[in-house]
Ligand binder design. Structure first.
Ligand code: ADP
Length: 189
């Protein structure tokens, strides 16, 4: 009966999670949930939440866990079937634990955690390059470096968290979009 599917794209800022997750979602009939996109949408609409989180995004810091957990709880509660790809969530141990609780309540569980690996200097270069067209106020070199540091400290430990359940699939994130996508498909097969 259960036909739920949950994939978590893990990896540092600039690794290409968003683009790859988008394609996988479209091809496998999954819903991509990008917390960065959700937060930026609040910022651009200048909602109360948007005004509160804008300085945090601009500094490359993490938005408080309670805010993210509430957003995800609301989002999941609207779904008829849990068939999702998370992009940019969870980013802390607490978020990961809360996600497990939420999924269990909904009769779902994490199925695979592809992790895109890209050397840090290439990540910084990609983000600075993207900043020329993205218009994202956090795509500057200084903020990109801060985001990498935050990733290493708070998010990279999630690799161990999911490795303990043999869910992690390491994927080389250097190469063309198609090459990397092919590796992801193989990895989550
Ligand atoms: P990137 O992966 O390139 O850093 P995202 O769009 O995933 O871009 O995230 C942009 C910013 O949004 C983060 O730097 C952070 O401030 C905030 N953010 C997004 N997701 C989370 C999360 N799960 N927990 C805390 N903050 C988040």
């Amino acid at each position: 009966m259960r036909q739920s599917k949950v994939i978590i794209f893990l990896g540092p800022p600039g690794a290409g999670k968003g683009t790859q997750a988008e394609r996988l979602a479209a091809e496998q009939n999954l819903l991509k949930i990008s917390t960065g996109d959700i937060l930026r949408d609040h910022v651009s609409r200048q909602t109360e939440l948007g005004q509160r989180v804008k300085p945090i995004l601009d500094a490359g810091q993490l938005v408080p866990d309670e805010i993210l957990i509430a957003l995800i709880r609301d989002k999941l509660s609207t779904l008829e079937r849990i068939r999702v790809i998370f992009d940019g969530f969870p980013r802390t141990r607490r978020q990961a634990e809360e996600l497990d609780v939420l999924l269990e309540e909904l009769g779902a569980k994490v199925d695979a955690v592809p992790t895109l690996e890209v050397p840090e200097e290439e990540l910084i270069a990609r983000i600075v390059e993207r900043g020329k067209i993205s218009g994202r106020s956090d795509d500057t070199e200084a903020t990109a470096r801060e985001r990498q540091a935050v990733y290493r400290a708070d998010t990279a430990p999630l690799i161990d968290y999911y490795s303990a359940r043999s869910l992690v699939r390491r994927v080389d994130g250097v190469g063309s979009m198609d090459e990397v996508y092919g590796r992801i498909l193989e990895a989550i097969d």
